[in-house]
Ligand binder design. Structure first.
Ligand SMILES: *Cc1c(COP(=O)(O)O)cnc(C)c1O
Length: 401
C-alpha cells in the first residue's frame, strides 16, 4: 500500500510518536478503511447521516446528542459558536461579529493553548482566570473553581476546560461554579481516551459539550472528531455546520437533529461551514468508535505493551543508553519506551538523536518532549508490524550495541 506514496514521490515515515497531525495521524484498521471506501460509493442526505451519528454517539457517551466534526479543534469552534448564538439564526448569520451577543468565554490561564484559536475564531473575547503559581516551583496553587464563578457576567457565553489527568481545578468544581450562573461548560477532551470510560466521564460529571479527536486513539479518520452533549447545543452546531444552501420550501432536516418548529427560519451557511465533514469520515468515525468501544481494554493495552517490550528486547544492551518500558496503567494510558541517553559518552544529545532518527531512511519519528532531560520516548500506537525491529536496529547502529 505504500505504493500510493511511492507514486507521489513522498517517503513514508515510521511513526513512533503517536497519532500526531504533523505525521498524518495513525494507521487505520482495515475495517475502518473498508467502511470509508464503501461509504464513498453512495450518496445520502448528509443531515440524515449526522442525525443517525448523533444517536450512535449518544449511546456510547451517555450524552443527549452528538455530532461528527472534522476534529476536536473543529468541535471547540462549533461548540463555542453554539453557546454564543443558541438557536437564533440571525446571530448565527452575523458570526464572527458578536456585537450584542453573549461574547465572553472564560478559561483558566493554565489551560491556554494554541488549539484555543478555534474558540477565539468565533469572535469572542477570551477571559483568562487565575495564576498557575505552581509553574514557578515557588507556588502551590492554580486557578480555583470560585475564580471561574467570579469571572462570570451577563456577557459570558461559556467556560472552556482543557482536560488532562493533571488539570486543575477539578472539572466538578468548574461545572458547579459555571452552572450556578447558568453558563455551559465545554470540555476539550481531544486525547483523553483511553481510558474508554472517559467517553462517558465528562458528560456524567455534567459537562454541556465534550470534544474528542476521532483520529487519535479511537482510530477513526485523521480529520474526524466527536462533539457530544446537550441536544439544544448540538442542534445549534448542526445549523452552523451543515450546508444550508437550500430553498426554504425544500429544507426538510431530520427533526431529531433539527426541529424546524423551534426556529423562525433557516440560517445561511454558518461559521462552521469551512470545517465540513464528508460521509466517508462520518461512517469511518462511527465504525472506529464501535471497534474501539468493543475491544477489551486489557487486550488493547497488551497489544501496545508487546510492541514496546519487543523494542526494548531487540535493542539489547546499548553502549550509551538504557531503554525501559513505562506501562504502569495507573500512570500512563498508553505504554511507551523511555530511552535515557548518556549524552556525554554517546557524543550526541537526545535532540541530536531524534534528528538522526528522522534523517535516516526510512525516517523514524520519535517523541522529543523530554530531550532536555536526555530522554527520547517511543510510542506504539502508530507502529506497523515489524517497525519496532527497524527502530531497534537503528538505535543499535546509532548508539553502539
Ligand atoms: C489533539 C488536540 C486537539 C486537536 O484535535 P484535532 O482532532 O486534531 O482537531 C485539541 N486539543 C487538545 C488538548 C489536543 O491534544
Amino acid at each position: 500500500m505504500s505504493n500510493v506514496y511511492e507514486a507521489l514521490g513522498v517517503p513514508t515515515v515510521i511513526n513512533a510518536v503517536g497519532p500526531s497531525t504533523r505525521l498524518s495521524g495513525g494507521i487505520m484498521r482495515p475495517e475502518v478503511a473498508e467502511a470509508m471506501a464503501a461509504a464513498s460509493q453512495h450518496c445520502v442526505d448528509i443531515a440524515q447521516l449526522q442525525a443517525r451519528a448523533s444517536q450512535v454517539i449518544a449511546e456510547y457517551t451517555g450524552a443527549e446528542a452528538g455530532y461528527v466534526t472534522s476534529g476536536a479543534a473543529a468541535g471547540l469552534l462549533l461548540g463555542t459558536a453554539a453557546c454564543v448564538t443558541g438557536l437564533d439564526p440571525g446571530k448565527m448569520n452575523r458570526l464572527p461579529d458578536t456585537t450584542g451577543m453573549k461574547n465572553e468565554v472564560i478559561m483558566a490561564r493554565s489551560h491556554r493553548n494554541f488549539y484555543d484559536h478555534a474558540v477565539r475564531s468565533v469572535g469572542i473575547k477570551l477571559v483568562e482566570v487565575g495564576i498557575a503559581d505552581r509553574f514557578s516551583g515557588a507556588g502551590v496553587r492554580d486557578a480555583e473553581g470560585w475564580e471561574i464563578g467570579a469571572a462570570v457576567n451577563e456577557h459570558t457565553a461559556a467556560v472552556v476546560y482543557v482536560s488532562y489527568a493533571h488539570t486543575q481545578p477539578p472539572l466538578a468544581e468548574v461545572i458547579a461554579a459555571a452552572h450556578a450562573h447558568g453558563v455551559p461548560v465545554i470540555v476539550d477532551a481531544a486525547g483523553q481516551v483511553p481510558p474508554v470510560d472517559n467517553l462517558r466521564r465528562f458528560i456524567s460529571e455534567g459537562a454541556d459539550l465534550v470534544a474528542f479527536s476521532g483520529g487519535k486513539a479511537i482510530g477513526g479518520p485523521q480529520s474526524s472528531g466527536i462533539l457530544c452533549g446537550r441536544a439544544d447545543l448540538i442542534t445549534s452546531v448542526a445549523l452552523q455546520h451543515l450546508d444550508l444552501d437550500v430553498m426554504p420550501a425544500l429544507w426538510n432536516p431530520p427533526p431529531e437533529l433539527i426541529d424546524r418548529a423551534q426556529l423562525p427560519g433557516a440560517p445561511q451557511h454558518g461559521i462552521g461551514r469551512p470545517c465540513k465533514v464528508g460521509k466517508e469520515e462520518i461512517v469511518g468515525l462511527l465504525t472506529a468508535l464501535r471497534l474501539f468501544v468493543e475491544e477489551d481494554p486489557a487486550v488493547r493495552h497488551q497489544r501496545w505493551l508487546d510492541k514496546m517490550t519487543a523494542l526494548v528486547q531487540e535493542c539489547g544492551t546499548l553502549a550509551h543508553a538504557t531503554a525501559e518500558v513505562v506501562a504502569d496503567r495507573k500512570r500512563v494510558a498508553v505504554p511507551t519506551v523511555r530511552l535515557t541517553l548518556d549524552e556525554e559518552s554517546a557524543g550526541l544529545s537526545a535532540l541530536e538523536l531524534v534528528r538522526a532518527l528522522e534523517e535516516g531512511t526510512p525516517s523514524i519519528a520519535a517523541n522529543p518532549t523530554y530531550v532536555q532531560e536526555g530522554v527520547v520516548v517511543f510510542g506504539p500506537m502508530c507502529l506497523r508490524s515489524g517497525e519496532e525491529s527497524a527502530i531497534a536496529a537503528r538505535l543499535r547502529a546509532l548508539l553502539g550495541a
